[in-house]
Design a protein around this ligand. Structure first.
Ligand code: ZN
Ligand code: ZN
Length: 531
């Protein structure tokens, strides 16, 4: 038997959907009012006759058939019909606490946000701060709610999973007096999203661990006697397809993973590469693989400042980059079409370049280059003319609007940007947001060829919600000879730390420092991107 609460919830959702569809406010209100009185009614409606239900406040002749339908079927056809007109992501947004249909509608209409992931990203980019009825506080609250929401949706972005893993290791070490616990599995392979945490517990005897229910991510504990640690680590790291290509019998007591690979006549294969995709080709000649490391990055490319939607000044970003060991920073605020991000007009570009010159004259201990993240318009052109584009040291071209294009159109759009003589780097090429938005499809072969022909560099956007270009495509691009720039797309000083996730992606793609332009010194970098 359906409860009053459940009936009320369906009425409530109907009211919300009608609000989103801009239906007659009186009609909308009648659904909310009915929901309210049904929820509070002391007797289950399912036990009442039609006449009795009609006497309940807020349920008139119009709504009665709907109440009866819900009691009969547990559902309301009318609601489904209306909801069909609304993107699924918007309906999902309605489920998020504290938003409500009016706010969802405003976000949809004014910022084009159609899913929780897009909204979270908008929070990270400070889009809600200046939106009427929102502001800094509301943005922070929404951001927290959404982060929680995503953590509860079975899959986790790599950094969140990694943090939880560290917490759990800490807990286990303290509570059970365990000394050796290692991260293994998907997390050790640094996959971009993670469903569960695998930990290898190294101890003489198996430990009974009561429960790890507090962990929001399921935890798999694997045990190993100390003398089999290397072997167990290799086995639990996977991937399964990688392991199937190795001879493992008889190596249970190897001292190190290196030893097991050596017995397979292979150099050590770092965990990130163990996907049965690029590792065999890379180890063909038996040389050790010199994958890129975070310390190889010398230039911070792609960051935003208070000039567009960042929260730090140019000077603050430069100093933060310097303190992280960078030799140069490329400031790339948004271009003028990105009005929602306070994109730069031609006049403000002149002012910003003056400011950069002033700061460089101060000798901050880091070189500041003038760049832009120019919008690729739907037709593939950029939103400034030649003279303006020429004034930058670095032009990153990125798609930020009209994200839903078919493969042919989207490829044509990107190709046109690559062929633009002013473009140095293509930013976050697919537009994906991990766990919430698939990118548009692209003909990557054509794009890689065009990059090589036009000396255009592909960004590995290091924001852990993007990690775009995907590592599988990045590996193919590397094989063709395309160069990369690992860019944090930082919107504040802390965002510079995201470089590590871009490095993970690069490592999974088998990328070495000589494939990456921001591993070069400032002069070499400028030279390498020259048209
Ligand atoms: Zn961007
Ligand atoms: Zn950006």
């Amino acid at each position: 038997m359906i409860s009053n609460k459940e009936i009320a919830a369906i009425f409530n959702l109907t009211g919300e959907v009608l609000t989103l569809l801009d239906e007659n406010p009186f009609k909308v209100r009648s659904y909310f009012a009915a929901a309210q009185s049904i929820k509070n009614y002391p007797v289950p409606l399912a036990t009442l006759s039609e006449d009795e239900i009609l006497k309940i406040k807020g349920i008139g002749k119009n709504l009665l058939p709907k109440v009866m339908e819900i009691i009969r079927t547990g559902d309301l056809e009318f609601l489904h019909r209306k909801a069909e007109k609304i993107p699924d992501g918007i309906l999902e947004l309605l489920q998020i606490k504290g938003l409500g249909p009016k706010k969802v509608k405003q976000l949809w209409q004014e910022l084009g946000i159609t899913s929780p992931g897009e909204l979270l990203y908008a929070c990270y980019e400070n889009r809600l701060v200046d939106l009427k009825g929102f502001g800094q506080k509301t943005q922070e609250k929404i951001q927290k709610t959404l982060e929680f929401y995503f953590q509860n949706k079975h899959k986790f972005h790599y950094p969140a999973a990694f943090e939880y893993a560290l917490e759990i290791i800490n807990f286990l070490k303290t509570k059970y007096n365990l000394e050796q616990i290692e991260i293994t599995g998907v997390l050790r392979r640094k996959c971009e999203t993670v469903k569960h945490i695998d930990l290898l517990v190294c101890s003489e005897q198996e430990v009974i661990i009561e429960n790890l229910d507090f962990s929001p991510i399921p935890v798999n504990l694997h045990y190993s006697p100390p003398e089999q640690k290397a072997f167990r680590q290799l086995i639990t790291t996977g991937s399964q397809q990688h392991l199937e290509k190795l001879h493992l019998k008889g190596f249970e007591f190897a001292e190190t993973e290196e030893e097991i690979y050596a017995k397979n006549h292979l150099p050590y294969i770092p965990p990130e590469l163990r996907e049965n995709l690029f590792e065999w080709e890379l180890t063909k000649n038996q040389h050790p693989i010199n994958l890129i490391e975070e310390k190889d990055i010398k230039g911070l490319v792609h960051c935003h400042t208070v000039w567009s939607d960042g929260t730090n000044t140019i000077e603050e970003m430069a100093l933060a980059a310097r303190d992280k060991g960078m030799e140069y920073v490329v400031i790339t605020d948004h271009s003028k079409s990105a009005f929602y991000a306070n994109g730069l007009s031609e006049e403000r570009i002149i002012q910003q370049q003056k400011e950069i010159k002033r700061l460089n004259d101060k000798n901050l201990g880091i070189q500041i280059l003038s760049g832009i993240e120019a919008d690729i318009l739907p037709d593939g052109s950029l939103d400034y003319d030649h003279n303006v584009l020429q004034s930058f040291d670095v032009v990153i071209a990125s798609v930020h609007s009209v994200l839903h294009m078919d493969k042919h159109k989207a490829t044509g759009r990107i190709l046109k940007a690559i062929e633009n003589p002013h473009v140095h780097i293509i930013g976050h090429i697919s537009g994906r947001l991990l766990l919430s938005r698939l990118g548009y499809e692209l003909d990557y072969d054509k794009i890689f060829d065009a990059c090589i022909q036009n000396n255009v560099i592909l960004e590995i956007n290091a924001n852990p919600m993007r990690l775009d270009i995907d590592w599988k495509q990045a590996g193919k691009a590397r094989e063709k000879g395309v160069k990369f720039s690992i860019n944090p797309d930082a919107h504040n000083a802390e965002g510079i730390n995201h470089i590590q996730y871009g490095v993970n992606t690069a490592r999974k793609a088998g990328i070495t420092p000589d494939n990456v332009v921001n591993c070069l010194s400032a002069d070499e970098f400028k030279n390498a991107i020259k048209k």
